[in-house]
Design a protein around this ligand. Sequence first.
Ligand SMILES: CC(C)(COP(=O)(O)OP(=O)(O)OC[C@H]1O[C@@H](n2cnc3c(N)ncnc32)[C@H](O)[C@@H]1OP(=O)(O)O)[C@@H](O)C(=O)NCCC(=O)NCCS
Length: 191
Amino acid sequence: MCDDGLVRTIKTLPWRRVDDATKEACAALWEQVWPSADGPDLATRLARIEATSNATSELRWHLVFDHDELVAAARTFRHAVTFGSSEDGRDVRSQQIIALASVCTAPDRRGEGLGDSVAREALARASHDVPALFQSGVPEFYERLGARRITNEISTSLEGARSFHEPAAMIFAADAPWDDDAPIDLRIAGW
Ligand SMILES: CC(C)(COP(=O)(O)OP(=O)(O)OC[C@H]1O[C@@H](n2cnc3c(N)ncnc32)[C@H](O)[C@@H]1OP(=O)(O)O)[C@@H](O)C(=O)NCCC(=O)NCCS
């Protein structure tokens, strides 16, 4: 709760405990922020979220409500990427990470500290040995939270999948052990 008269609640929920109304509110928010290329069909979007989420391990949703209204959201899940490439003779090694995705604030509620709250809540899942890995078009927003840009070459070996495509790839925390020189295979589609 804040002292500005608003009642804000921050929740972190395992995907399987998110109720249908909240799933629909999230789908609507994500559709507003990242409109689907094929039109705003919420049922299709929700079905896509359900399918991806059911296949994702240890998925959690981070949600900020103002009274009952969903005003900011993010997702995290646990995943292992690989460093190095057997083709160039390097050792390939696995690195556990927390994947951070879908961070956003409702367009009419920006500038109120809600993005800050939801990003902090999501990044709290990262640790020294299991840092958060993500892409961003707003790296400065995350740098102020203690993340840093990384310079690795990043691709995915998942056939037909798209790798990271935003201007910056980042880790949190900035001082987590990380080899910026080794190429990274995301092993799944970029989140
Ligand atoms: C980026 C986003 C989540 C910020 O949400 P917000 O609720 O407006 O952010 P806040 O009000 O919590 O701002 C917190 C701080 O971040 C700064 N900030 C906000 N947006 C920023 C941006 N685009 N770039 C750099 N800094 C930013 C604010 O100035 C503020 O700094 P201060 O504490 O020094 O005043 C929101 O603009 C958004 O949803 N954008 C579209 C989706 C997106 O790009 N998400 C990130 C994907 S990686």
